[in-house]
Design a protein around this ligand. Structure first.
Ligand SMILES: [Zn+2]
Length: 138
């Protein structure tokens, strides 16, 4: 059994594409995705204070569930962040860097000496996944 973490919009249309994509990509048996949702979370996470509001949820997934893989997702036709593709990409990249800095500052991982992968994705108009950015914390 393996947990990974998704910081995703509340929009239910994104759930199955994300689950299917990462089950195939990671090819791990009994993979579970801890889903932490806010409307337009790619925009939400560009504000550091908002990341801090999610600290308990992030900690449970990364520490208690020992996840070492974190997805940040933006998507097409998002009511919570109604911007164009280029702005979604900018928001996703900013969010990934903000979360990277947050995780380093909280020192969630050094004590565990584990590597964390952060991946920013966009769920496009065909509900397919586009990988935007990848960052490793080790
Ligand atoms: Zn949305």
């Amino acid at each position: 059994m393996k947990f990974i973490t998704a910081l995703n919009c509340m929009d239910g249309r994104t759930i199955e594409p994300i689950l299917n994509y990462f089950k195939t990509k990671l090819n791990i048996d009994n993979l579970y995705v801890d889903m932490i949702t806010e409307p337009g979370i790619d925009k939400f996470l560009t504000n550091i204070e908002n990341i801090e509001k999610l600290e308990t949820k992030i900690r449970i997934s990364l520490v208690n569930h020992d996840s070492n893989y974190v997805i940040i997702a933006g998507h097409y036709d998002c009511a919570g962040n109604p911007v164009d593709y280029e702005q979604h990409k900018n928001d996703i990249i900013s969010s990934v860097y903000n979360l990277y800095n947050f995780l380093i500052s909280k020192n969630f991982f050094n004590k565990n000496e584990k590597k964390i992968t952060l991946i920013g994705i966009y769920v496009n108009e065909k509900w397919n996944i586009e990988e935007i950015i990848n960052l490793d914390i080790s």
